[in-house]
Ligand binder design. Sequence first.
Ligand code: TEU
Ligand code: CA
Length: 556
Amino acid sequence: MDAKWWQKAVVYQVYPQSYQDSNGDGIGDLAGLTQRLPYIKKLGADVIWLNPIYESPNKDNGYDIANYRKIQTAYGTMADFDHLLQRAHELGLKILMDLVVNHTSDQNDWFQESKKAKDNKYRDYYIWRDAKDGKEPNNWGSFFSGPAWTFDPTTQQYYLHLFAPGQPDLNWENPVVRNAVWDIMRFWLNKGVDGFRMDVINLISKPEGLPDGQKSKGAVYGDASSIVADGARLNEFLQEMNKQVISKYDMMTVGEMPSSTPQDAIKYTGLQAKELNMVFQFEHVGLAGNPDPRLGKWHDQPVKLVDLKHALSRWQTALDGKGWNSLYWNNHDQPRAVSRFANDQPQYRVKAAKMLGTTLHMMQGTPYIFEGEELGETNVHYTKLSQYEDLESLNAYEEFVNKEKIVDSQTMLNYLSHMSRDNARTPMQWDDSAHAGFTKGQPWFAVNPNYTEINVKNALADPDSVFYYYQKLIALRHSHELIVLGNYEELDADDAEVFAYKRHYQGQMLLVMSNFTDHDVKRDYGQDQAKQLLIGNYADDQGTTLRPYESKVYFF
Ligand code: TEU
Ligand code: CA
């Protein structure tokens, strides 16, 4: 079977406000990104995923959209966007936009109308309910702490927001809302956009009657995520989206699906299902969660390799020949992978970053590279609350330390330092000049202090940099159908030091081995019979010995 373009592609994710400022206001913009397209092309990426660039009050850095057809003023004009798209296409780069339609901003005209009166024609664009026993209609907690409902005094009802109060959930049960979303998609597709990443798209089908969620011991709120994810009408809505829009364009779709299972994903990405191309699943980035479920993602423990192998192999095996995986370590919501899954100490950082790249890029699926990952960027190692910008982090500290008092300040600061989304949102590190060459002004958010050493200029001058290693990984994918379509075979699932697997395709085989430890280990998988060593992150090959964070790929 010939691979589809979105199966062979490698995607580079750009967080626009942190990528390149061109007018000195300290905020990345579309003109700045346009200047940097040749760099992304040089890496070898085929597609750019742009985080939201629409008009927004920025309560959640653009994931609260006020106008779906207008570019955020700080990023530039629609003409700047059209120029970016044209230059990207001239360079052979496709552009994915971020479709955020589980919710809008509370400043969106639709919501401004909806909240005016119960009989307003936009009322049913959103989810309004009467109080229950004088309180919120159910016990759901928001992903950003606090209740998932806010009372509106004008119409004396609550409205649902799974995220911040400034992000009211759209009512997908309403066909008028669905048709409005199809029109938004057509607007951008008719401009030549090549597809969409769909924000929390598996949360759009809410459960009948909006029943209470399970409450963990001592929890103030019920857990919404487990009962709103993958709702009863989700497949129907995605099939309608496909029929109305997706099927009419040569486009790429990736659905962000928190807490989806491989079985769900086969329904959404099945090669026969007329829904989406692939999903972002969360199993590997949800590992090592806090033993206190009330604290969920907030922890500071390393991920056990056996758990990481189990999570990734489960998805590789389940979707092999049945659906399609996205492959990612990082994005704008996750801490930096080399700090979280490997080792960011100076003596290991480059080897470890390359090892993680090999481990992921030799798997079956479409790889995503988040800006800076190709440099081996690390977490910032924040120590003070005042260093954070992200509402998810700040709200969590306020809720758990000051309100619910279930964790002390220093412990929570350790958790934030390890897991905060702010680790990913520091400005791109272009060179060792002021603010890493990101801006001539004052950056909206502080640059990671290690930019003097970790930056694009140094990377491009160093043949042994993570950048050139990622460039090789991408080139290998482009030249081997075995890497794109090969079947996946896990080796030694319970090996706690080495992640090893094979890929098989039309009689060819790959053997991939990654040492996730800081010491030598010995593993013999018959690599002495290989035709060639395709790629490795050490200058030489010591056969069955794998040195600290050594990773290598053999072709048979
Ligand atoms: O994130 C979805 C989501 O599940 C988040 O709660 C994410 O898991 C969490 O932040 C990880 O710690 C999407 C966007 O990627 C995120 O940036 C937005 O804040 C969120 O939706 C609301 O739109
Ligand atoms: Ca700017």
